[in-house]
Ligand binder design. Structure first.
Ligand code: ZN
Length: 557
């Protein structure tokens, strides 16, 4: 980077410190986000002396397995993977449950494009929807956007709530917004069953052009329940809330993109800290593209994109011009050979092309994130720095079963069994080099979003990740197994002497601190708004390339 650019980042951080109210404590927190890391491997390698950075942190701090998100639907959403990284890392970043932060999937709708058809074999056709508890002040009103399937023409649709008829409305073939009062006596605690009784349906295939032979009655694009103050107490997007669609609804459809920064409904911890005047630096974290203003630097998840990011030109970083400064850091083919030539993934003849390229892509991405971190880290003297590395997850998916004794593929040497170990050693080295650059009184957290276990011919996500914390006031050589992904953001805020918003679902990890330190520095909580948009809107730029990559990895169909 030219010295001018470096100065601009440093001065940006410094300027904000003075403009937005000075933080009480000047210390740096570094959060290493290691996708899929597990103590099953770490402890074994540590005992062999192969992970000096992990070892130093664990021995000088508090560590233990960490519970990933115990959300049934998220775990079952995809039987092949479960524990989806974009959801989990958004939970780490925000300290709130997925239903609040809004990242509920790998793919999310472009706002305003979700739609779902109703139709059924029942006569008359009906569709059922379960609405959550209406937490607000009665009387409520239902608002929804509906249209009748064109060949049906205008049709009458009766809506009833928990068995009580609300209203019968005539719905035209053009989209119409309807408002329907809800009598207070029809509302129930916990869940509310909304039933659409439709009067006409037809199959697109009846016209002889379409092959679609579903019975279609009407289509809905959104629904909300407003309370007496006009606040939306329920906002129902058919894609976000597809688990609540009951009988008579087909699969919702939408124009989808990968989870993006503008899908986040609550602020990540680096925004909360930046707003309080702390400098921040974020490298490679999920759901950060398109880049948005932060009080420091942000290298988005599209900058590395597993080694290839053709298709994306804009908003790769904040400040925006940082992207071109980082571009030369991209590892070249010869760099890759030199840096990763000893990696045993490449010990198969004929080569296992798909595995090798998936691994090479992610190593190239992580090497870029490492180099970017090395370049940018000196700009931060306090506040929060975080970097995300994905290699352990990808290597474990591809090679963990061989580490654990499954017969290796034909043509591969036995050395491929060491591949996962080699990747942990590499991540340890990246982490160690970056830790050496931190001011001496820094605090370091290392977390993973889930663990990994061997399963048949692959490694799969498992429900226990890792937590490691080391720094002033944190107990040394201690074990703590009570941390959850939700607790990381509140604990980082606390570490930087910021009161923790009560709206966060996680808690400050008080048990990791020395009693005396905790007595002198009790966690503070405060009423504070955490909702907000960070991005400038969902973008379709380069979306096809990203979707194709997710498909290739088996995350989506
Ligand atoms: Zn994974």
């Amino acid at each position: 980077m030219s010295s001018a650019a470096k100065v601009s980042i440093v001065s940006l951080a410094a300027a904000a410190t003075f403009s937005c109210g000075a933080p009480r404590e000047k210390t740096l927190v570094a959060l290493f986000a290691l996708d899929g890391a597990t103590f099953d491997v770490i402890d074994e390698l540590r005992s062999e002396g192969k992970l000096p950075a992990f070892d130093r942190l664990i021995r000088s701090g508090t560590s233990g397995t960490m519970v990933s998100m115990p959300e049934r639907r998220l775990m079952n959403a995809n039987p092949r993977r479960g524990h989806w990284s974009p959801i989990l890392w958004a939970t780490v970043a925000t300290g709130v449950v997925p239903q609040k932060h809004g990242i509920l999937d790998f793919l999310l709708p472009v706002p305003g494009t979700s739609q779902v058809w109703m139709g059924s074999e029942d006569e008359p056709p009906r569709a059922e929807l379960s609405l959550p508890e209406l937490r607000g002040e009665a009387p409520f009103r239902l608002r929804l956007r509906l249209r009748s399937h064109t060949p049906n023409g205008m049709q009458a649709i009766s809506l009833s709530l928990n068995g009580a008829l609300l209203e019968s409305v005539d719905v035209p073939v053009e989209w119409a917004e309807l408002t329907i009062p809800i009598p207070p006596e029809s509302v129930r605690p916990a869940t509310n069953r909304l039933i659409f009784e439709l009067s006409k349906q037809s199959r697109p295939s009846d016209g002889g052009v379409s092959k679609d032979d579903r019975l279609l009655a009407a289509e809905m694009s959104w629904l909300e329940v407003l309370d007496r103050e006009d606040r939306a107490v329920v906002s129902f997007d058919p894609v976000y809330r597809r688990f609540d669609l009951g009988r008579g609804f087909y699969q919702p459809e939408a124009d989808v993109v990968e989870a993006q920064s503008s899908h986040m409904r609550t602020l990540p911890v680096w925004k909360l800290l930046g707003d309080a005047g702390h400098p921040v630096g974020v490298v490679g974290f999920w759901n950060t593209w398109p880049a948005y203003p932060v009080n420091g630097f942000l290298v988005t998840s599209r900058m590395g994109l597993r080694g290839r990011r053709q298709g994306t030109k804009s908003a790769l970083t904040w400040p925006l011009e940082l992207a071109s400064e980082l571009e030369p850091l991209y590892p070249s083919v010869s760099d890759m050979k030199e840096t990763f030539g000893d990696i045993h993934a490449f010990d198969c003849v004929p080569p296992l092309t798909e595995r090798e390229s998936a691994l090479a892509d992610v190593l190239r991405q992580d090497e870029l994130y490492f180099r970017a971190s090395k370049k940018l880290l000196p700009a931060l003297e306090s506040g929060l720095f975080t970097v995300y590395f994905e290699s352990i997850d990808v290597a474990s998916h591809l090679y963990l079963h061989w580490r654990e004794g499954s017969p290796v593929a034909e043509g591969c040497r036995e050395t491929v069994r060491d591949l996962v170990d080699q990747i942990y050693v590499r991540v340890d080295r990246w982490m160690g080099e970056l830790i050496d650059m931190l001011p001496a009184d820094s605090t370091v957290f290392v977390v993973s979003d889930h663990g990994m276990s061997p399963a048949g011919s692959q490694g799969l996500h498992s429900p226990h990740g890792i937590f490691i914390g080391a720094g002033e006031g944190i107990r040394k050589e201690a074990e703590y197994r009570g941390a959850s992904l939700l607790d990381i953001a509140p604990t980082i805020l606390d570490r930087l002497s910021e009161p923790v918003p009560l709206a966060l679902d996680g808690k400050v990890l008080a048990p990791i601190f020395e009693p005396e330190w905790l007595r002198d520095n009790p966690p503070r909580y405060a009423e504070k708004n955490i909702e907000g948009d960070v991005g400038g809107g969902v973008s379709r730029e380069g979306a096809d390339d990203v979707l194709e990559r997710l498909r290739a990895l088996g995350y989506i169909q």
